[in-house]
Design a protein around this ligand. Structure first.
Ligand code: NVA
Length: 313
């Protein structure tokens, strides 16, 4: 079967995403249900940006799959500076079963995938964070009676709608048949190309995509509410300008009260209490952010298993 990569959420079709989520549910039940890396075979985890959850969940997950998590510090490797992306990939893909990379521009990851003979996985880029959205979908499944409970739910995301999480909610949420609503300041809305791509997917899955600059309209009646930092990695130089426009989109109890009474609260973390979310909400009864963090482990193990098993056939 053909080599597949996971660079963006829409690299999985709706049926494929469903299979990955079903397998992730199986990993939630039994951490050792499959061991496609038995050997152990190594998987490279490279990071050019800060990380905690992503590194831990990939390292633990690769180990639980029977493999060896090989950490590569992007600051030491200096991929694309000290050595070209293509040469780096040619060295890695002879020795590892898959490459997981957190980096800046999406073009860097695309270049690696174009060269690699093993699956390449996006562990966050400036454009997308698709592993996080798989974990978020799994968290919705966990709290809504299983993977079958995802489709038709309304997920509202408020805050920086021009960042990687917003793009991934659009594509990954539409793929899952969610009604995805994004609420953010007019100057921080998603790229129209991604919105159009998500709308095309939603037309097939029965989901929908709504973009608004009205925070209350975004969250009213929603089943799940998500937010993220106003200052993503790489945006630090703009941290002052990135405060005032977002204040009306802060997820506090007043905004949350417009969602369904049993709505769950998601945040990919790290969270800045008092900025994009209040302590009362993130530490409150509707918050499932630590289930969500744990679900990175199960979702990524399922994704790696799916990618590796396709490769072996
Ligand atoms: N949008 C955030 C997500 C962190 C997991 C960032 O890119 O920094």
């Amino acid at each position: 079967m053909t080599l597949r990569h996971f660079l963006r959420d829409d690299d999985l079709t709706p049926a494929e995403q469903r299979k990955v989520l079903d397998l992730a549910m199986a990993f939630r039940e039994d951490r050792f249900v499959r061991q496609p890396l038995a050997g152990p075979r190594a998987v490279a985890f490279i990071t050019d940006k800060p990380t905690l959850r992503t590194q831990v969940s990939f390292a633990a997950g690769i180990a639980e799959l029977g493999g060896f998590p090989l950490s590569v510090d992007g600051n030491l490797a200096q991929i694309g500076v000290r050595e070209s992306i293509a040469d780096t990939t040619r060295v890695l893909d002879r020795q590892v079963a898959a490459i997981v990379w957190r980096t800046y521009a999406d073009e860097r990851l695309q270049e690696m995938a174009a060269t690699s003979r093993v699956p390449v996985v996006n562990a966050l880029t400036d454009g997308f964070h698709p592993c996080q959205v798989l974990a978020d979908l799994l968290t919705i499944a966990q709290h809504r009676g299983g993977v079958g409970g995802i489709k038709g739910q309304t997920l509202a995301y408020v805050g920086d709608c021009a960042n990687n999480m917003a793009n991934s909610y659009l594509l990954g949420g539409a793929t899952a048949g969610l009604h995805v609503r994004l609420g953010g300041p007019a100057s921080f809305l998603p790229d129209e190309t991604v919105v159009a791509q998500a709308a095309d997917i939603a037309a097939v899955t029965g989901g929908s995509v709504t973009i608004t600059s009205d925070p209350v309209a975004a969250v009213t009646g929603a089943d799940a509410i998500a937010t993220d930092t106003w200052v993503s990695m790489g945006d630090e130089a703009q941290s002052i300008e990135r405060e005032t426009p977002f204040v009306p989109f802060r997820l506090d109890t007043a905004l949350l009260s417009h969602a369904k009474p049993d709505a769950i609260v998601l945040h990919c973390l790290p969270a800045y209490r008092g900025k994009e979310i209040t302590a009362e909400v993130i530490d409150g009864p509707q918050s499932v952010v630590f289930d969500e963090a744990e679900n990175r482990l199960h979702a990524q193990k399922a994704l790696l298993t799916w990618l590796l098993e396709r490769r072996q056939r």
